[in-house]
Design a protein around this ligand. Structure first.
Ligand code: GLN
Length: 246
């Protein structure tokens, strides 16, 4: 089966709350289905080749970390936009969703440029939005409950070209007021959910993997169902922490 190629951006600078665990989920769920995969880590000064990857991942980071990577990331923006246009799957988390937009004004009022993958903008508020979050996500007419953990000062507003990943059932979400969480355009997903997110949310992991496989093979895969009992019990425990039953 095809080799699915994953790009992990700035793993040294942008990796809080164990976000790099999402990469392990991608690779194991591919391996369990007979796909080989490779991960390329790209950092400051590295070139991003839009034709090389099927999936691009960026984890979260504090304002200080975002300051280190933001300008370097904008150097990659035309290649990243070309990859998104070509159907590469993206998952950018928290500090990642903020830098995927038009820009982020951080807690000190410093404006960081975004790459423009998602139609959104972010400005840090006075209070941090922290806690467990449950949302009703919708992708490609499928709905699923997703659970995770958020900790951000950034308040994100979506523009007309971005759909939310879902609606907040418990927690703050993008800005604590409009009931939206995350952003989706084409196969680009931004979300505030740490945890890491994917070990407890196998539906989302498989959605991104099916996009990445289709990008590589040109065909929508019929992913063999896996035994998600461990993942589902982790999700249930996390969901109950938000005060929700199921
Ligand atoms: N530094 C950003 C904020 O405070 C993102 C934080 C994060 O990635 N958890 O909003």
């Amino acid at each position: 089966m095809s080799d699915i190629r994953i790009c992990h951006l700035y793993p040294r600078e942008m990796n809080i709350y164990g976000d790099r665990g999402n990469i392990s989920v991608f690779r194991k769920r591919l391996e369990w289905r007979g796909y080989s995969s490779s991960t390329t880590m790209l950092g400051l000064g590295d070139q991003f080749n839009p034709k090389e990857f099927d999936l691009c991942y960026l984890g979260g980071g504090q304002d200080r970390d975002q300051n280190i990577v933001a300008h370097d990331l904008t150097e990659k923006s035309s290649a990243l936009l070309s990859a998104a246009k070509d159907g590469v799957a993206f998952l950018w988390v928290c500090g990642g969703i903020q830098l995927a937009g038009t820009g982020y004004t951080d807690s000190r009022g410093q404006r960081l440029p975004g790459v423009g993958l998602l139609d959104l903008d972010t400005t840090a508020g006075d209070e941090r939005l922290i806690g467990d979050l449950t949302l009703e996500a919708e992708l490609e007419q499928e709905k699923c409950r997703i659970v995770g953990y958020e900790n951000h000062a950034g308040l994100t507003s979506l523009g007309p070209d971005a759909d939310p990943l879902g609606s907040v059932l418990k927690g703050h979400g993008n800005n604590g007021s409009d009931g939206k969480e995350g952003a989706v355009q084409r196969r680009v997903i931004g979300t505030y959910l740490h945890g890491p997110l994917l070990p407890k949310n196998s539906w989302l992991a498989d959605k991104l993997l099916s996009w990445a496989i289709e990008h590589r093979t040109g065909e929508k895969p019929a992913l063999r169902p896996l035994d998600n009992s461990l993942e589902d019990s982790a999700r249930q425990i996390a969901t109950s922490r938000t005060g929700m039953k199921r």
